[in-house]
Design a protein. Structure first.
Length: 317
């Protein structure tokens, strides 16, 4: 007998949690479920409410009100209602998001600063990134010249332990799940604005790719998985390091650029292009003055070491 899609998704999420979260003493750690009100996060919150949670973990929903839309308070109310219906405690905060520069990056930084303020070191934040998000992210980074890396299912983002249980699940499956469960979600009107690169990809490019190659999200994910071991090794090489020794970087420019990128990403800086990093590396190796501005900070070379200039970093908390 075929397994119902909603049951299959619940089992997949429970298996993911079991594989990535160890049992702890009672009430000593929290699974924070990030919920925006969209179909993906509403599905995740419902799935978590039905899944078997590892021993000792408490579940709570967390909503970041970015206050960027006239509907923001209504979205917050909807998320609170869904959480209450599921019997899950709910936390929220209205954020102050700078509107100058890259608005998406500013909102992301403000959101994770709020997550950091809520989550203890041992806590975990679950986000609802799915297979279509992964495809869009890979295409966006490729077209912007920012390397071929995707979203990590397990990792640490801007000081927060993050798990993404739905990364192999297509958006259509989450919509179907919510419909079968009778769940209501919110459609953010800004997601239709094709002035934003991600929305342009979502509405114009991705449908063409899926028409030609229906399983393109799955294919991209499989390609990423084959390179995950190398990327994970490289991430460990730069994890928790305050700087990178210029002389210890790989001689091959491409490999050195990857390590510098991962070093920046560990510190929360995601928008430098490969070309800019390569140019920075060339100047640094030639003994020239090298400085690369990266969203509120600067990558510099001092005494033969690459480091992030703390004087330029905006206050994160």
């Amino acid at each position: 007998m075929a397994v119902e899609p909603q049951t299959e998704l619940t089992v997949r999420v429970a298996d993911f949690l079991k594989a990535n979260i160890a049992p702890v003493s009672p009430d000593s750690a929290v699974l924070w479920v990030g919920v925006s009100g969209g179909v993906d996060s509403i599905a995740l919150l419902d799935l978590i409410s039905r899944a078997q949670i590892p021993q000792g973990w408490r579940v709570a929903a967390v909503h970041a009100n970015h206050a960027l839309s006239p509907e923001a308070d209504a979205w917050q109310t909807h998320c609170a209602h869904v959480a209450a219906t599921l019997g899950i405690e709910f936390h929220t905060n209205k954020l102050n998001v700078p509107t100058d520069g890259n608005l998406e990056a500013n909102a992301r930084e403000a959101r994770y600063a709020y997550f950091r303020s809520m989550a203890a070191r041992c806590d975990v934040v679950l986000t609802a990134h799915h297979a279509d998000d992964q495809l869009e992210t890979v295409l966006l980074k490729l077209f912007q010249g920012r390397g071929f890396t995707g979203i990590q299912a397990v990792g640490r983002t801007l000081g927060v332990n993050v798990l993404r249980p739905l990364l192999n699940v297509p958006r259509a499956a989450l919509e179907g799940y919510c419909e079968m469960r009778g769940l209501e979600w919110i459609e953010d009107p800004s997601n239709q604005d094709q002035r934003y690169d991600r929305n342009y990809l979502r509405h114009e490019i991705v449908p063409l790719l899926k028409k030609r190659w229906p399983d393109v999200p799955g294919r991209i994910q499989r390609v990423l998985e084959t390179s995950d071991a190398l990327v994970s090794f490289a991430r460990r090489e730069v994890a928790h390091r305050p700087d990178l020794c210029l002389d210890e970087l790989p001689e091959e420019e491409g490999a050195a650029v990857i390590l510098i990128r991962l070093y920046l990403e560990n510190a929360g800086h995601f928008h430098a292009t490969d070309a800019a990093l390569a140019a920075f590396l060339v100047r640094a190796r030639a003994g020239q003055r090298a400085r690369l501005h990266v969203a509120g900070a600067s990558l510099v070379v001092r005494k033969g070491k690459l480091m992030i200039d703390q004087e330029d970093i905006r206050e994160r908390r």
